[in-house]
Design a protein around this ligand. Structure first.
Ligand code: SF4
Ligand code: SF4
Length: 151
């Protein structure tokens, strides 16, 4: 069986992946970099279309990935040991999918071979997120993740 038929995300658990494989799994959707609101009573998470100040909303990339935690203390750095806390991630997130033994979507760059596919079909926050600077009240910016859920 070739590596293509049996790629690393199918052969390995999240905790077995190398740092390079772990990083490669991220689809670059930018959804986790949107501000979220948590219901104090139910714990339910609502996503907004307001991006973290460090997200480049034209490219969907963090402007300072290496120093992100220092610059934005609220930034959540995903780690395989916290997999049981991944429920707040969008259902399309590759880390969540793999942690739930699900397949990556056809638009994921590891399947399509192109990191632009996700942006072309509108599953990423490009052209959808707005900057913190222009946002005002977060409650006015709650969105449904359904618009990011093309299969
Ligand atoms: S939601 Fe998941 S796949 Fe998308 S950018 Fe965040 S970590 Fe990467
Ligand atoms: S600091 Fe970077 S990685 Fe963290 S939420 Fe902001 S844009 Fe995303």
């Amino acid at each position: 069986m070739t590596k293509l038929q049996n790629p690393f995300w199918k052969r390995k658990s999240l905790s077995e992946m190398s740092p390079e494989e772990w990083e490669a799994l991220c689809d670059g959707c930018g959804l986790c970099c949107l501000h979220k609101l948590e219901d104090a009573d139910t714990g339910d998470i609502s996503y907004t279309d307001v991006a973290c100040r460090l997200l480049n909303i034209q490219t969907c990339r963090c402007k300072n990935y290496e120093k992100r935690k220092k610059l934005v203390p609220d930034c959540v750095i995903l780690k395989p040991e916290y997999v049981d806390q991944f429920k707040w991630l969008p259902e399309t997130c590759a880390y969540r999918l793999i942690s739930e033994n699900k397949e990556l979507y056809s638009w994921h760059h590891l399947i399509s071979g192109d990191r632009e596919t996700i942006h072309k079909i509108g599953v990423s926050v490009i052209n959808k997120a707005i900057s913190e600077r222009d946002a005002g009240d977060l409650e006015d910016h709650i969105i449904s993740l359904k618009e990011f859920s093309h299969g």
